[in-house]
Ligand binder design. Sequence first.
Ligand code: SF4
Ligand code: SF4
Length: 200
Amino acid sequence: MSSQSFPKKDIFGKEIPVRVKISAKSLRDMFHPCTLGFISKVCHAHCCETSLTEQHTLIAIAPFEQPRIESLGGVVKNGILQTPNKRCTFKNDQNLCSIHEKGQPLGCSISPFTFTKNGNTLIVRNRYRRLRCWRAKGAKPAYKAHRRSLEILFGAEKTEEIAQHLDKGGGDLVVEMDREIFARLRGNDESRFAALKVVE
Ligand code: SF4
Ligand code: SF4
């Protein structure tokens, strides 16, 4: 179901959640969690680096969070965080996120998940399969390794239901999510696609 065909408010003017599909196959793909030990010894948080010619890594900043990101020192242009030296300016010398406690951009906090370009299906972003955490020793299904991201998307209760469904071997499922978060993520995608067109 496209977001355009879905009524935005009920008869009482209350926002109606968006219904999205979750790809069981994609969320069962295996990733090592972002532990401090793994970051310092193995992956060095390469997910926070940019290589427009190789991986098309772009850090989208939604309009609602742009003032906050700029107040922390980030430079945002056309919805994209500018990353001189192909490295996020918030990535510190220990390869950690220096704004983790102050609040990462929404796109970072829901990583590695994204929605398919032409539908409302939640999957793991392809570029994460080029990182050292993909199928690394100690890897877990993405819905376990990145449970916190799912909780930001769906809330703790619904995430528990999703996890239980996948634990039992269930297939794709349809769940409701907050319309505003969905719209913000769609906006991030548009900024990224526009930036890629400029680069290509
Ligand atoms: S997503 Fe992968 S590469 Fe990025 S910090 Fe986590 S474990 Fe490391
Ligand atoms: S803001 Fe933090 S999590 Fe996001 S890309 Fe930069 S260093 Fe990584």
